[in-house]
Design a protein around this ligand. Structure first.
Ligand code: CO
Length: 209
């Protein structure tokens, strides 16, 4: 017995609507993908990459995890970045966080949440690096919002520190890494102005010759 029948119905209707405007859309897409963007975002159901920048299938290569964290040794994320950069030749990597992120919130308390605490430790590290700045804010909301932003900035750096991105720059490949944040309550994106396009823009210790 097929369960979740409504999702299959919705899928049929969705495909029908797309074919209505472009009858060959799926056929063309089945032959190749040529996305210009790699999106690294939060798994949060309210932050769907394609929808919030109004892009169709085939336009964005996507990796999502809790709190859009890029860990130096995460083979899953690194494999996505490698494929996107070396095979798909994306021109932009966008790390997109969001305000009100549950992962960020959970990293700010001292409670036990189970296995996920090991993942959230990476965000606690970000808090630790920037604790003077964060703790200088009075309101809890202000601290929370700032950590959501600083986490994006930190993950942009982590993307740039990978051998994948640095090798792409070394070979002259055009590749920019961006940090954005999304506000769920307005549906709007904000650019955090941390666009990095070459190795001279990252910290010296991380630069690979
Ligand atoms: Co989140």
């Amino acid at each position: 017995m097929r369960v979740l029948r409504h999702l299959f119905d919705d899928n049929k209707e969705w495909a029908r609507k797309i074919k209505e405007t472009d009858p060959d859309f799926f056929l063309k897409l089945s032959n190749q993908q040529t996305p210009e963007y790699l999106w690294i975002g939060c798994s949060d159901s309210r932050v769907p990459a394609n929808q919030l920048v109004d892009k169709l299938p085939g336009e964005i290569f996507v990796h999502r995890n809790i709190a859009n964290v890029v860990v130096h040794t995460d083979l899953n994320c690194l494999s996505v970045i490698q494929f996107a950069v070396e095979v798909l030749k994306v021109k932009h990597i966008i790390v997109c966080g969001h305000y009100g992120c549950g992962g960020i919130k959970a990293s700010m308390d001292n409670l036990e949440h189970g296995l996920i605490d090991n993942w959230l430790c990476h965000i606690k590290d970000v808090y630790h690096y920037h604790q003077t700045r964060i703790n200088s804010l009075v309101s809890d909301d202000g601290k929370f919002n700032l950590l959501c932003e600083l986490n994006v900035v930190e993950q942009v750096s982590n993307v740039c520190h990978t051998t994948i991105v640095q090798n792409a720059w070394k070979s002259g490949q055009e590749l920019a890494v961006h940090g954005w944040i999304y506000a769920i309550e307005t549906g709007l994106l904000k650019d955090l102005d941390v666009c990095i396009t070459n190795k001279n823009e990252i910290s010296r210790i991380h630069q690979i010759k």
